[in-house]
Write a protein that binds this ligand. Structure first.
Ligand code: ZN
Length: 480
């Protein structure tokens, strides 16, 4: 039974994309909806998202942000106000043309992102320097008509948060952009246990309508980068398009400075991919739907002895942890172990007649498979300790893998070889021209993932493509 269950999932090391699809289906995280490119997030998947929401929302609130909600529909004329913005999103917008039987006088876009509708409201709300800053976040769904989709990583409709802030000066806006970038990095590393590189996007890769885009990037096990979140300095582009002006302290009328930033259900996809193994999911304890599974081990004659003790353990732990208790008699313990391992529960507690005699339990770690005998008197203490250790160990692995797969070269032939054979991030000197950036993409499918925040020394270095003096040392990679 145990063998059969495990065999249903392809090996992660051999076929990552097949493993990814299959583990999502088997662990009941999501399912395909009848409409192409759309998914249903099932309870086990949604619970991970709820934990992400809760932990991230706390950070937003601590830094002065509040939540609000704006409409799903955006009039076409609003979307067209900022030229670059509409050009960037037009190919993937879904349109509403009818209300009931009646054709609308103006089409409504289903929001691909909410800058335009929110800016239209901000132009009504902002009058004076006293109204600033506005620090609003929205938890919402957005729709982008994607051609190629993959559960959680790229779907036509997805869930996200989008922050939209207004400031009196460029400096205030830039400070906000960086504050959020560091929140994203710290959040993903601490709670999702995924190593992050943070930096700025090249002009070619930046958000449509932004002055500058900052990004957090993670490395997936197949050596492809995943953009995990972005924070944009919108400058005054949207303020000018939507007429967001305020009277400053010097009584002059000025255009406001804005930012926007977001992370999405993509983070669930990244968490699955980075930590899982051949036996299924491995979910970091901080965001796991269940942190602990308790499996009583008994034959019928021991049932009355074992179950009450197992239940007592459940009562003790459920005060502080998300616990699932599995006393089902129709499955063998071995089957249950494989099932909960596949679902990625970080800690398993086994309790049988012999353990009861010894006043102990057996704790099994999902990440290392280590079995540890723990005295019942130390149950809470050891549980806390091992959950913390698992969280740390998962981050250590992600960090090690990412660092081992971040290479440097100044030679274009070597660069091409690394991207083709080893993948990962490659740090290389670049002159700053879009021609060289495009050539790298055409030759290797790799793009500039980020320009580091702390620039390395480029003195004397030459662009690996054209040989002209380098302006930046940038991180290239193929990406999702
Ligand atoms: Zn160049």
């Amino acid at each position: 039974m145990e063998e059969k269950l495990v065999q249903e999932i392809p090996r992660k090391s051999e076929n990552l994309s097949q493993w990814y699809i299959e583990v999502i289906r088997r662990a009941e995280l999501a399912d395909y909806a009848p409409m192409k490119g759309m998914m249903v997030i099932r309870p086990a998947g949604y619970a991970i998202w709820e934990n992400i929401q809760r932990l991230l929302d706390k950070r937003f609130k601590e830094t002065g942000h509040t939540n609000a909600y704006f409409p799903l529909f955006i009039p076409e004329s609003f979307l067209k106000k900022e030229a670059e913005h509409v050009e960037g999103f037009a190919p993937e917008v879904a349109w509403v043309t009818h209300g009931g039987d009646e054709e609308l006088q103006e089409r409504l876009a289903v929001r691909p992102t909410s800058e335009s509708i929110i800016c239209a409201m901000y132009s009504k709300w902002v009058h004076s320097w006293r109204d600033l800053p506005i620090l609003i976040n929205q938890w919402a769904n957005v729709v982008r008509w994607e051609k190629v989709t993959r559960p959680f990583l790229r779907t036509t409709e997805f869930l996200w948060q989008e922050g939209h802030t207004v400031h009196a000066t460029y400096e205030d806006a830039q400070e906000e952009v960086m504050r959020i970038l560091y929140i994203y990095k710290e959040f993903i590393e601490t709670e999702l246990a995924i190593k992050i590189y943070a930096g700025r996007k090249s002009d070619k890769e930046k958000f449509a309508g932004a002055l500058a885009t900052y990004t957090v990037e993670a490395l997936m096990p197949d050596g492809k980068a995943l953009q995990a979140g972005t924070s944009h300095n919108l400058g005054q582009n949207f303020a000018k398009a939507f007429d967001i002006r305020f009277e400053d302290k010097d009584q002059k009328l000025k255009y406001a400075w804005q930012t926007s930033w977001g992370v999405s259900t993509r983070l669930v996809g990244a968490t699955i991919m980075v930590h899982g193994d051949d036996d299924g999911l491995v979910i970091p304890p901080r965001v796991a739907p269940y942190q602990i599974v308790i499996v009583p081990i008994f034959k019928m004659k021991d049932k009355e002895t074992v179950l009450p003790v197992a239940e007592k353990i459940k009562e003790r732990l459920k005060e502080n942890y998300r616990v699932v208790y599995d006393p089902r008699e129709e499955y063998t313990p071995g089957w249950k172990f494989a099932e909960w391992e596949m679902r990625g529960v970080p800690l398993r507690i086994e309790i049988g007649p012999r353990d009861i005699k010894e006043n102990s339990v057996v704790i099994v770690r999902r990440d290392t498979r280590e079995k540890i005998k723990v005295s019942m008197d130390e149950l809470e203490e050891k549980t806390a300790y091992f959950l913390d250790e698992i969280q740390k160990e998962l981050f250590r692995r992600s960090e090690k893998f990412t660092e081992e797969n971040t290479r440097k070269t100044e030679d274009y032939e070597e660069f091409k070889h690394i991207i083709e054979e080893k993948r990962g991030f490659v740090i290389a000197p670049w002159c700053g021209s879009q021609e060289c950036e495009m050539k790298v993409k055409e030759d290797t499918k790799a793009t500039i993932r980020l320009i580091p925040l702390e620039e390395g020394d480029v003195e004397g270095k030459k662009c690996m493509v054209c040989g002209k003096p380098a302006r930046h040392l940038v991180y290239f990679a193929r990406s999702y």
